[in-house]
Write a protein that binds this ligand. Structure first.
Ligand code: PEP
Length: 273
């Protein structure tokens, strides 16, 4: 009998390790930032102390920031209020120079700021700031090592004309430079008609805008865009904060009027306790 041929040994195929499934980016830590606008003198430093005391008693699951007028940055930094970051409200695009009345991002940083609001609708309206100028300010913030809180939002006329999504996407495109990251950039969606008016969009309207912004950010910045915080701003109050902050893709709030007192601002931060 012919010897049986042994079955050829089949080498186990070298199967590459299955690729790690893509990690879902960690949801960003929310940010609740107060914009004091042109309000406040050193008399109001007590509000910062009260806020820090309240935060020490009851920790928040959000970063908390106050953006006072530039004149109060130094005095607020001197208070050393634990748990409260400081930010500026605007900056010039240049580091220094012949720009009377302006403040550079580097100066804000030197005074204690960690961030700066740019492109607020009041700056866009009062000073005619364009997307191109806002983009230069975002770059200035990054150059100085500050987080840029870049604001966009539609007017009531644009909302009524059904132009909201197109408008905010265009503002986003035009006002952000390449290379933005979740660490150095925060977006604030603030419908102009909701600012200081007591009116707010419905949660469905807010979700539609924030979802569109998230999609645009991810398309342009990938994972960084997925992690970038998108704040809602416009008549946020203690009574509506929890509902607004629960909207998908809302990662915090930019608060004007209600950030001026520790009581109201604390009531908004309560949405994250
Ligand atoms: C703002 O000016 O950024 C703002 C959101 O104002 P208010 O909360 O007062 O509407």
């Amino acid at each position: 009998m012919a010897p049986r041929k042994s079955a050829p040994k089949i080498k186990p195929s070298k199967r590459p390790n299955p690729p790690n499934p893509p990690k879902a980016p960690k949801p960003p830590k929310p940010l609740v930032a107060g914009n004091w606008k042109m309000n406040g003198t050193r008399k109001q430093l007590g509000e910062l102390r009260k806020l820090a005391t309240a935060l020490a008693r009851k920790k928040a699951k959000a970063e908390v920031m106050i953006c006072p007028p530039a004149t109060l940055l130094g005095p607020m930094a001197a208070v050393k209020a634990k748990g409260v970051l400081l930010g500026g409200q605007d900056c010039h695009a240049n580091v220094s120079g012949a720009h009377t009345g302006d403040v550079s991002a580097e100066m804000l940083k030197d005074a204690g700021a960690k961030a700066v609001i740019v492109g607020h609708s009041e700056r866009r309206a009062d000073h005619g700031e364009t997307d191109k100028q806002v983009k230069a300010k975002v770059e200035a913030a990054h150059r100085a090592g500050l987080v840029a809180i870049m604001c966009i939002g539609e007017s009531l006329k644009q909302r009524k004309a059904g132009e909201t999504l197109k408008l905010v996407q265009s503002q986003l495109r035009g006002s952000l430079p390449n290379g933005c990251t979740a660490k150095n950039t925060v977006i604030a969606y603030e419908p102009v008609w909701a600012i200081g008016s007591g009116l707010t969009p419905t949660v469905e309207q807010i979700e539609a805008v924030h979802t569109a912004l998230r999609t645009a950010l991810m398309r342009r910045f990938g994972d960084e865009g997925a992690k970038m915080r998108i704040l809602y701003g416009g008549s946020v109050k203690p009574s509506n904060a929890a509902e607004l902050m629960a909207v998908p893709n809302v990662n915090g709030a930019l608060v004007g009027g209600a950030s001026l007192t520790a009581k109201d601002f604390g009531g908004i931060i309560d949405a994250y306790r």
